[in-house]
Design a protein around this ligand. Structure first.
Ligand code: ADP
Ligand code: MG
Ligand code: MG
Length: 929
């Protein structure tokens, strides 16, 4: 006691420890203190703090803090007083449990030692006291075994082997069939095991037992299991540092039929229902429930078995929830008609249960609405919005790719989009399997349950389109070799044919052979209500990216407050449009092109009307044509290929016709009508026409070739060089608006220009819009109300925000392109080549294409918003990049004062909740800009 450092308090009795200080006392210890102090019946004991653990691990030779055992002795003396028992007292022994527990629960970090304090002197006392020889010897052998394993590091099998030998010798299978004599024999053997393994006898001295156990718990913090667990779950020293040790009086659930032990949840963690939930065993020790040695009974049976105890258990549960105001997961033991609570912690549950309990606890006024909203992790909602694989299924995947679009689906394999459509029409569910997909496969996406590709990343065409539609997609499954022409695929030795059944899981990228049951999504009334609370709090509006009626309808159902991005090129890809679009591209001159555009316009107008009506009266933002136009044409290679095929076909047609003529010459007398007619007379001309068309396309493709199309002739550049295209689109939008208004729909179109970098570009398009507006207003005799705005996806546009805002009513950050242009990374190359390595080595914390890069791109956004609003205080600003659906990015968007985020329909509910949380936690958000 001469050491000055020794004044630190390392040990806290349950009666005095601060139940809020989990970092110091560990989660289990803090809750044991808290429960004791609010009057719940907890077996008395004390906690050794995590500080003691850290101090111990810090010393070179692993020495306990000098007066720690002194403090422990004082606590034991107090325990002896409270319980009227003596530690090591042969007549009336105090037995203890030694339990680990850090700030965060780390299951399986260390086994609990039970019955500490038994030795050859106290054992006879226990026998006498309980009058139960079998119980006492069983307790003794359990203690030797656990102590040997945990404190002395002897492997399980050293104990299990002789134990099993005895059972075998006696011809017994169950532990419960062993007698007192058997346990006595086993105890003797176990003592021998300890002597053999450690070279020392089993410690008889109870304080030595205790000290060794404390050290073992401390050591377990740096054990492999614990270190791996912390790495896996990213537990930093900020979150949990060191383990506490809980030393507690033993209570016995295994002293007879008036004893029991059990675990419970204050509500059903599977459904969230507010009912007693849990299991118990009569005459058993806690570890028996967990270890599954005996099958426990559902808790409601306790009502018959021990009615009084059941009533007390219900009271305990109400107590726990009333105090913690959170669903609790608790452990208890009944010793001779007395209920003890051994542990409580916040319950883990699935997303459905979390939503339901949030709602119900708020309605019961156990928590506030704000707390109800903060309790649910937005990302968790994903589980509720897509079909999932039956969690019971244990099948092994045959291949793995990238989780490109969540959800699970089964179907027969098809290798092309046309086949997908045909099968769908026959009522067959299919998975579209391709090396990669292209815009012309779009009808295959509509027809398929899901999409699997062997190439491409999370932003490949397949991934982006599937996500937009909310269809499952596994992309870049490189283990699969797809041979589209032969209609087969190979995975190692397995060959897959068209029509074979497979299942894909877009949540983890797994591919399975055969059909696996899925659990359908449930957008429950509870979730609807919870999200309506979220909308009341959130400042950000949540819009959806949608270009079809289906996804607009889904978005609307999920609570989208408008469409933040409709990509018109998606509409061009539909099968009835593509030929017109190709004609437009191939047009020789302006006149020719106008003709194609005139045929496209009514179709676009129809599309827009549909969207306006679904979303009325909410805004619909329509982006004018963005991608380089060669994307609507097949590739050069494919065209060359097709032309070659057609040439062959031409020869064949000629050959067949020659054959026919010859046959007719030879069989002049016979009836020529009997001859088969494989090709109509015009066949040859048809093939010629096809070849000519393909050659024309090939020439155009070569003419349109660009070294770097993403930085090339696209977006507003396209609109300026081919003003008739943008003019047609603007006309279609405004005509649709005028017609919808006439039909009584309140519509709010917003026209958005992509890829803008100068004010002049935007003005150029604005002039077209103004021109068209005058036209349409006259034609329909109406006043149009709509907004005109700019995408912000080029760094120069950010720098010119003040100027652009003079022309635009709104900005929408296209953060995919803006991230590419800020980093000078092409996304596809970055994700396929070096981003994984960057993330692994912490060169970048996250993939900036998934999580908005707040420090770089975010800073640009912040400046843009400020400069834009300086010249146009009413400027509406939103984000329509994929990051707009991610909670962390949403938090940032709230922080810099955006008006809305727009994300794919299936993420709308996630974004709604995240926007509310962003508001509720804005004070704690400390990112320096
Ligand atoms: P874990 O963190 O793995 O849940 P615990 O410290 O809760 O470990 O201990 C495991 C089990 O040991 C408990 O569920 C309980 O049944 C039993 N146990 C622990 N302490 C005592 C005690 N004082 N009396 C009786 N049983 C105990
Ligand atoms: Mg426990
Ligand atoms: Mg873009």
């Amino acid at each position: 006691m001469t050491d000055h450092a020794s004044t630190t308090t390392y040990v806290y009795s349950f009666k005095e420890g601060n139940g809020k200080n989990k970092k110091l006392l560990g989660g289990k210890g803090a809750n044991l203190c808290e429960m004791t102090q609010i009057g719940i019946n907890v077996p008395p004991g004390f906690v050794i703090s995590t500080e003691a653990c850290l101090s111990y691990l810090d010393t070179h030779n692993h020495d306990l803090p000098s007066d720690l055992m002194e403090q422990v002795r004082k606590q034991i003396t107090a325990l002896e007083k409270t319980t009227g028992k003596g530690f090591g007292d042969a007549e009336n022994m105090l037995l203890l449990s030694v339990r680990s527990g850090s700030a965060l629960s780390m299951p399986g970090m260390m086994d609990t030692i039970l019955n500490l304090g038994l030795n050859s002197k106290t054992l006879p006392g226990l026998i006498k006291q309980t009058g139960n020889e079998r119980f006492a010897w069983d307790a003794y052998r359990r203690f030797i075994q656990l102590f040997g394993k945990v404190a002395l590091g002897i492997s399980d099998e050293k104990f299990d082997k002789p134990f099993d030998l005895i059972k075998k010798r006696e011809g017994l299978t169950e532990d419960t069939e062993l007698s007192a004599d058997h346990f006595r024999e086993i105890s003797d053997i176990f003592l021998e095991v300890i002597r053999n393994e450690t070279g020392k006898p089993f410690p008889e001295d109870v304080y030595e037992q205790l000290q060794l156990s404390i050290k073992a718990v401390f050591n377990s913090w740096m054990g492999k299991r614990a270190i791996d667990y912390r790495r896996e779950f990213k537990i930093t020293t900020d979150m949990a540092n060191g383990t506490a040790v809980n030393i507690q009086t033993m209570v016995f659930g295994n002293m007879g039929d008036d004893c029991a032990t059990g675990v419970g949840f204050t509500r059903n963690p599977g459904t969230g229902e507010n009912v007693m939930f849990g299991e118990f065993l009569i005459n058993a020790q806690g570890e028996d429930v967990v270890a599954g040695i005996r099958t426990p009974k559902p808790v409601h049976e306790l009502e018959q078995d021990m009615p009084q105890m059941y009533r007390e258990l219900v009271a305990l549960r109400d107590r726990l929830e009333g105090h913690y105001r959170e669903v609790q997961d608790y452990e208890y033991t009944i010793e001779k008609g007395v209920l003890f609570c051994l542990q409580t912690r916040d319950g883990k549950m699935n997303a459905a249960a979390r939503v339901r309990t949030s709602l119900e606890m708020a309605n019961e006024e156990l928590i506030t609405r704000d707390q109800a909203l903060l309790r649910v992790d937005p990302e968790e909602l994903e589980q509720l919005l897509h079909p999932r694989l039956d969690p019971e299924s244990k099948q092994m995947p045959i291949a793995q790719g990238l989780p490109a679009s969540p959800g699970a689906a089964s179907g027969q394999i098809v290798f092309d989009a046309d086949r997908a459509e045909l099968s769908r029409d026959d009522g067959i569910e299919v998975i579209l399997v391709r090396e990669e997909t292209k815009p012309e496969d779009i009808h295959g996406f509509f027809a398929a349950e899901g999409v699997l590709t062997s190439r491409g990343g999370k932003t490949s065409h397949a991934a982006v389109v599937a996500r937009g539609m909310g269809k499952p997609c596994v992309a870049g499954a490189e283990g699969i070799e797809v041979d589209v022409e032969k209609h087969m695929a190979r995975i190692g030795d397995t060959v897959l044919h068209e029509g074979d059944m497979i299942t894909i899981d877009g949540a983890n990228g797994n591919v399975y052979l055969g059909e696996i049951d899925t659990v359908p999504p449930r957008f429950s009334d509870e979730l609807r209500t919870l999200l309506s609370w979220a909308d009341e709090i959130a400042e950000l509006k949540i819009m959806s990216n949608a270009d079809t009626i289906d996804s607009a309808t889904q978005a609307s159902d999920y609570g989208a407050m408008g469409i933040g991005l409709c990509r018109t090129e998606r509409m061009f890809n539909a099968q009835d449009r593509l030929p017109l679009v190709i004609d437009m591209i191939l047009a020789k001159d302006k006149l020719d092109r106008q003709e194609a555009l005139d045929r496209l316009r009514p179709i676009q107008r129809g599309d827009f009307k549909d969207l306006f009506k679904v979303m009325s009266p909410r805004p619909v933002t329509i982006r004018l044509l963005d991608p380089p136009i060669h994307e609507f044409l097949p590739s050069e290679k494919q065209l060359e290929h097709e032309i070659e095929h057609l040439q062959h076909l031409k020869d064949t047609v000629e050959g067949v016709n020659d054959l026919m003529n010859t046959m007719q010459l030879l069989r002049r007398e016979a009836d020529a009508k009997e001859l088969p007619k494989p090709f109509a007379p015009g066949g040859r001309e048809l093939v010629d026409a096809a070849i000519a068309k393909k050659q024309q396309m090939l020439l155009k493709v070569r003419e349109l070739f660009e070294v770097n199309p993403m930085l090339g002739h696209r977006g507003v550049r396209l609109g300026i060089t081919y003003p008739e295209i943008y003019e047609m689109q603007v006309r279609a939008v405004l005509e649709a608006a005028a017609e919808c208004s006439k039909e009584g729909f309140d519509v709010q179109p917003e026209i958005m220009v992509p890829q803008v970098c100068t004010g002049q570009e935007l003005l150029w398009v604005k002039n077209i819009v103004d021109q068209v507006r005058i036209d349409i207003e006259a034609k329909y005799d109406t006043k149009l109300k709509f907004k005109f705005g700019s995408m912000i996806e080029v760094v120069r546009a950010c720098m010119r925000a003040g100027r652009l805002a003079e022309i635009a009513d709104f900005f929408s950050f296209g953060t995919n392109d803006l991230t590419q242009s800020s980093f000078s990374f092409s996304r596809e190359d970055a994700e396929n080549k070096f981003l994984p390595l960057y993330e692994e080595n912490n060169i970048l914390e996250d993939n900036p294409f998934e999580t908005l890069d707040v420090k770089g791109v975010g800073r640009l956004m912040d400046i843009t918003v400020k400069w834009g609003r300086k010249t146009n205080p009413d400027l509406k600003v939103g984000i329509c990049g994929e990051q707009g659906g991610h909670p962390e990015s949403i938090r940032f968007c709230h922080r810099i004062g955006l008006n809305y985020v727009s994300c794919s329909a299936p993420r709308v509910p996630i974004a709604r909740l995240a926007a509310a949380q962003a508001k509720l936690t804005e004070k704690d958000y400390l990112t320096d800009l």
